[in-house]
Design a protein around this ligand. Structure first.
Ligand code: CU1
Length: 542
């Protein structure tokens, strides 16, 4: 029986509220997923504008546009906004929209909690950015200016923008813990009958590991920033050396969250990309089991390697060796994922539509991020790179391909399912090539100036670094402009375009392609009778 017969939106329900009330009160996974995506992309624009402010100041040596205090606020907010405001909400939006669709479920397991989890986000973002806006208007000391790592003792001495950041981190943490609980409960309880854990799509595995990681690390960060708050206002000395505290303790707490956070950003994409590769190579994902085990291994290892960020903080040789080797060990499961992705393409009947371009772009550029990370993980070499622009280039090569190219691959891939329209391929290609040129032009020069010794987090630099910095700034503006094409293309696809079939892409497999495009308000009111496909996680309807 085809599923489409079982779906008839609205039957047996009260009429849905419309207008703003609909969005505030909605418990529908698609509405909430959409709000997460819109919120995340909005924050990408805000954080991106701040990055362009940074690059504009660094276009030439000397201070042109801003004072160092303001520059510090920009780098801090750029980091916090991109990680907590853009990357995580976009991933949560994908989870909300797509998990019920790929699992054959009617909705997420905990819809009211889902609503609450989203609506904590906008006030948190306002709280983070408000001191910045007030500072611009000449009121107060401005936003948090410690760098996104919020290192003590700076975070204890900084102005009240820091207190706002602490409360914002609390709220962001609550939001992602609620979202994670929902993902775990949904994946464990809402799968279509017959879809065992080892037959569910890789997309769901990626989010399951991510959600467990988030529940492990976010409370630790919340506890850490609470200790900073106590140090600032309530006379404790957790991180204050003058009172017998230890600033390095903060670094341990922060990076216990901060390192797994990288994999929180990677694993949802590592789960989504195989769907795209397999659709456009017209082959099932290669090495399904290996990919699942690799994702779990990455998740497990990611919580025991954090102090590789702290090699220069004065740690014993034994600890350095441990954190060096454990960090390098992560490259093994990561290499398994890479080989599986490449093997999925191997001898496939490939075509290069926009989502495929972004998926391949993600693999190649993220490979660069990973390889340069190995250099930094070497405890003996790290002092050369620590706090230099090499590091900045490395983590942007790790994070931009993942959070932007990877999530855009997923968004372009599922956009026909969301809107019922095919996207404009020409614009999609233009977006891809412009982003590809932009990201490389921005960050390759940063590797070079970093190796030559340019430190990070400075608004001014010696003349000798001028040419590379100018190129990097030009690249950043190209990259920024490419995002405008993205937004225009998505809006265009929402408003119209060639009609998308239920199965929008030839080679696409999985339950989400068995229901109409656009997907109806309630996805699978009757659990689909599935034909669990042997060993590659993309079930078909019987
Ligand atoms: Cu790390």
């Amino acid at each position: 029986m085809s599923n489409e017969l079982a779906i008839e939106p609205h039957h047996g329900h009260h009429p849905h509220p419309s207008g703003i009330v609909r969005w505030i009160s909605t418990t529908n996974h698609k509405d909430i997923g959409l709000m997460y995506l819109v919120f995340g992309i909005t924050m990408l624009m805000v954080g991106g504008a701040m990055a362009l402010g940074i690059r504009a100041e660094l276009f030439r040596p000397g201070l042109q546009l801003m004072q160092p205090e303001f520059f510090n606020q920009l780098i801090t907010l750029h980091g916090l906004i991109m990680v907590f405001g853009f990357a995580m909400p976009v991933a949560t939006g994908l989870a909300n929209y797509m998990l019920p669709l790929v699992l054959g479920a009617p909705d997420m397991a905990l819809p009211r909690l889902n609503n609450w989890g989203f609506w904590i986000l906008p006030p948190a973002a306002v709280m983070l950015v408000m001191p910045f806006v007030m500072g611009l208007l000449g009121v107060g000391p401005g936003a948090v200016d410690t760098g996104w790592t919020m290192y003590a003792p700076l975070s204890i001495q900084s102005g009240w923008g820091m207190d706002f950041a602490i409360f914002a981190v609390h709220m962001l943490g609550i939001s992602s813990i609620l979202g994670s609980i929902n993902v775990i409960v949904t994946v464990l309880n809402m799968r279509a009958p017959g879809m065992t854990l080892m037959k569910m799509p890789l997309f769901a595995h990626g989010f399951l590991v991510t959600a467990i990681l988030l529940i492990t690390i976010m409370p630790v960060l919340a506890g850490g920033v609470t200790m900073v708050l106590l140090d600032r206002h309530f006379g404790t000395h957790f991180f204050n050396a003058a009172g017998g505290g230890d600033p390095v303790l903060w670094q341990h707490i922060f990076w216990f969250m901060g390192h797994p956070e990288v994999y929180v950003l990677l694993l949802p994409i590592a789960g989504a990309v195989p769907h795209v590769l397999s659709a456009f190579a017209r082959k099932p994902p290669y090495g399904y089991r290996a990919q699942v085990y690799a994702m779990w291994a990455i998740g497990g290892l990611s919580v025991v390697v954090w102090a590789h960020h702290m090699f220069t903080s004065g740690m014993s040789t034994g600890s350095q060796l441990y954190f060096m080797y454990s960090t390098m060990a992560i490259s093994l499961p990561l290499a398994v994922l890479f080989f599986c992705w490449i093997a999925t393409l191997w001898r496939g009947a490939m075509s290069f539509e926009t989502p495929m371009l972004f998926a391949i772009g993600f693999i190649v550029l993220f490979g660069w991020g990973g390889l340069t990370g190995l250099v930094l993980a070497d405890a003996a070499a790290d002092p050369q790179y620590h706090n230099a622009y090499f590091l900045v280039a490395h983590f942007h090569y790790a994070l931009y391909p993942t959070t932007a190219l990877g999530s855009m691959a997923a968004i372009y891939y599922w956009l026909p399912k969301w809107t019922g329209h095919m996207l404009d391929e020409r614009l999609g290609r233009a977006h891809f090539w412009m982003a590809l040129v932009g990201v490389n032009l921005t960050f390759i020069p940063q590797f070079l100036v970093g190796l030559a010794g340019m430190p990070r987090r400075i608004p001014d630099y010696p003349l000798v670094f001028a040419d590379w910095n100018m190129l990097s700034s030009i690249g950043a503006f190209v990259l920024g402009a490419s995002h405008l094409i993205f937004i225009y293309n998505v809006v265009k696809c929402v408003r119209g375009g060639p009609k998308a079939a239920s199965k929008a892409w030839d080679g696409a497999q999985g339950l989400e392609w068995t229901i109409p495009s656009p997907a109806p308000y309630h996805s699978f009111e009757t659990p689909p009778a599935i034909e669990p496909s042997p060993g590659h996680g993309l079930s078909a309807v019987r």
